[in-house]
Design a protein around this ligand. Structure first.
Ligand code: NAP
Length: 317
């Protein structure tokens, strides 16, 4: 079968998409290609300067692109609520790409709400965001949520550390990252299950980019890559445009179903054109998915289904 490329993206005209962490790397390339296919794209970034620059870089390549920046810091529930409220007046939202992420923060840091930062940004922020955007997604005839995970989802602890979910006892930067990416996959599955159970026609799927050279490696670890990592990077990495292809396939392919997972088809899923891959074993644990969902509702105070009282409770707190 021919390799899947951006030429396979069907027209996205008339669709509104939100891409988180769209000012750099995979998020920016995802936003670029969605815009090229005709979607209106909201690029979110935590910094106005970076967000506006990202929009200008797309407009320079595609002068008629319908793209705009909105501020969103996933390490702040106030920012997540603010963003959801701000775009709540849109007619509908067709596609949400939960892409933003941080990796391997060397020492334990906290989000504005006191969550461990990798778990809070990569997972809890997107959990709250998705639930808060659900009313808008439900106004689309065929809404889709694509979660960006990682091959790391099946590394580290290979399970959710419910006894010390936010690594308060022993902080291990890599394990915490791996857990946050596993959480993305468990969330993707539970969102699919709950939507189906409630008759909501929402498609929830996921992708991982393999190894793409982006700011993730340089800005996250707070240290240079070690010899092994450098060897892998030189030998087995691709650029961020290629790294965005699994996300783009998951986000746009007409023949994908809820629960599906896309990744590069080459050696160890590090590079190559995107193919459908099985979910790693730790991500197939539906009991862990339900439990994680319940804990996430308690932590973020955002519940399914989102009601006006959820929003009011947050504003009062
Ligand atoms: N690159 C890879 O090889 C690889 C492999 C597996 C998975 N992934 C996943 O791919 C996704 C994209 O990463 P990337 O490789 O494209 O890295 P990147 O170039 O560093 O992009 C990450 C994006 O997330 C944003 N971000 C970080 N913290 C945020 C926060 N608190 N609120 C809002 N946005 C925030 C960053 O904004 P700033 O510019 O402000 O930091 C940036 O826009 C991540 O989920 C990552 O885990 C990447």
């Amino acid at each position: 079968m021919a390799a899947w490329t951006t030429h396979n993206i069907p027209s996205q005209a008339g669709k509104l998409a939100v891409v988180t962490g769209a000012n750099s790397g995979i998020g920016w390339n995802t936003a670029l290609e969605l815009a090229r296919a005709g979607a209106s794209v909201i690029l979110t970034a935590r910094s106005r300067e970076k967000g506006e620059d990202a929009v200008h870089r797309i407009q320079r390549l595609l002068p008629s692109a319908q793209v705009r920046y909105e501020q969103l810091d996933l390490a702040s529930l106030a920012s997540v609520h603010g963003f959801a409220a701000k775009i709540g007046s849109e007619l509908k939202l067709d596609l949400l790409v939960n892409n933003a992420g941080v990796m391997r923060i060397p020492t334990r840091e906290l989000t504005e709400d006191g969550f461990e930062k990798q778990f809070g940004t990569n997972y809890l922020g997107h959990f709250a965001l998705t639930l808060l955007l659900l009313p808008l997604l439900q106004r689309s005839p065929a809404p889709r949520v694509t979660s960006v995970s990682s091959g790391a989802a099946s590394m580290g602890l290979k399970k959710i550390n419910f006894d010390d979910l936010q690594f308060e006892k022993t902080y291990a930067p890599w394990k915490v990252y791996c857990q946050s990416k596993l959480a993305n996959l468990l969330f993707m599955q539970e969102l699919a299950r709950r939507s189906a159970a409630q008759g909501i026609p929402l498609l929830s799927n996921a992708a991982h980019p393999g190894w793409a050279s982006t700011n993730l490696q340089s800005s996250g670890p707070g240290r240079p890559l070690n010899r092994f990592e450098n060897f892998i990077q030189n030998r087995f990495s691709q650029n961020s445009a290629q790294g965005a292809l699994p996300t783009l396939r998951a986000a746009t392919a007409p023949d994908t179903r809820s629960g599906e997972y896309f990744a590069p088809g080459g050696t160890l899923q590090l590079t190559g054109s995107p193919i459908l891959v099985p979910l790693p074993k730790p991500a197939q644990n539906s009991e862990a998915a339900r439990k994680l969902w319940d804990v996430s509702e308690q932590l973020t105070k955002v519940e399914w289904p989102v009601t006006n009282s959820t929003r009011a409770a947050f504003l009062r707190s």
